[in-house]
Design a protein around this ligand. Structure first.
Ligand code: ATP
Ligand code: MG
Length: 235
C-alpha cells in the first residue's frame, strides 16, 4: 500500500470548471515523486488537493491507508503532511529563526532538536538565523521555506517548485538536500519546472496536462521516452 495516494482527483475552485480531471498521483515513504507539465496544467492545484485546500467533486486522498479526503488542512498537517507553497512561502519581515518557530506553531512539545536537525541540513540558515528572511537570496529563502515545513516533523513533504528562480548550482544543491530528506524516509512530492533535472532524481514521475495524467512512470522511464522528451523536455 502506497503511503500517500490521490485517486481520481477531480475538482476546481469555487463553482468554476474542474481543473483536475481524474488525476492519479501517489508517493511512498523514502521516495521522491515529481509532477511536471505546462503552465496552468493544474500542478499547484493538485498539490493543494493533497493539503485539503480544494473541494474535490470526485476522488479521494489516503494517507497510510486512512481516508483523509474530508480532513481540513490543519488536521492533515497533524497527520504528518507539510506543504511549501509556490509563492509567498516565507514571512519576509521575520528572522530565519522566527520563520522556523512559526513552522512549529502546532507543536506543544520541545522543538529545539528539530530546529537543530534543520540547521544541520541547511547550515546557511544557522549562520543567518537572526537575519530577516526578506533579506535572503532566492535559494536561501527556499531553504527557509523547506525548513519551516519540516518543523512539524512531517512524514510527507509537498514542495511546489522549490527551485524556482535559483541558479543551476543552487538548484543542484537544493536537489541534494531533498535527496537527503528522502533518505530519512520522508515521502517527497514536488512540482518542478526544471523537469529534466527533477526527473533524474524521481522515483515516480507524472506529466500533467490539462488536469490529467498524460504520462506516468519512473523518472528514468520518462526521461527515456521519446514522446515525453520531444513534447516536455525540449528534445
Ligand atoms: N485560486 C484560484 N482560483 C481560481 N482559479 C485558479 C486558482 N488558482 C489557479 N486557478 C486556475 O487553475 C488552473 C491551473 O492552475 P495551477 O496553478 O494549478 O497551474 P500550474 O500547473 O501550477 O501552473 P504553473 O506552472 O504556472 O505554476 C489555471 O487555469 C488557473 O487559472
Ligand atoms: Mg504552479
Amino acid at each position: 500500500m502506497t503511503y500517500l495516494v490521490g485517486e481520481n482527483l477531480t475538482g476546481g475552485y469555487g463553482s468554476g470548471p474542474s481543473i483536475l480531471n481524474g488525476c492519479n498521483i501517489s508517493v511512498d515513504k523514502g521516495e521522491i515523486a515529481v509532477i511536471v507539465g505546462p503552465n496552468g496544467a493544474g500542478k499547484s492545484t493538485a498539490m493543494k488537493s493533497f493539503l485539503g485546500l480544494l473541494n474535490l467533486k470526485e476522488g479521494k486522498v489516503t494517507l497510510d491507508g486512512k481516508d483523509i479526503t474530508h480532513l481540513a488542512p490543519q488536521a492533515r498537517i497533524g497527520e504528518g503532511i507539510a506543504f511549501v507553497p509556490q509563492t509567498e512561502n516565507v514571512f519576509v519581515s521575520m528572522t530565519v529563526e522566527e520563520n522556523l518557530e512559526m513552522g512549529a506553531f502546532l507543536r506543544t512539545d520541545d522543538y529545539q532538536d528539530t530546529m537543530g536537525q534543520i540547521y544541520d541540513l541547511f547550515p546557511i540558515l544557522k549562520e543567518k538565523r537572526y537575519q530577516l528572511a526578506g533579506q535572503l537570496s532566492g535559494g536561501q529563502r527556499q531553504q527557509v521555506a523547506v525548513g519551516r515545513a519540516m518543523m512539524t516533523k512531517p512524514t510527507v513533504l509537498l514542495l511546489d517548485e522549490p527551485t524556482a528562480g535559483v541558479s543551476p548550482i543552487v538548484m543542484d544543491e537544493l536537489f541534494d538536500r531533498i535527496l537527503e530528506v528522502k533518505s530519512t524516509g520522508m515521502a517527497v512530492l514536488m512540482v518542478e519546472q526544471n523537469a529534466r533535472q527533477a526527473l533524474e532524481i524521481a522515483d515516480r514521475g507524472y506529466v500533467l496536462v490539462m488536469g490529467e495524467n498524460k504520462h506516468t512512470g519512473s523518472g528514468q522511464a520518462l526521461l527515456a521516452d521519446p514522446i515525453v522528451r520531444k513534447s516536455f523536455l525540449g528534445g
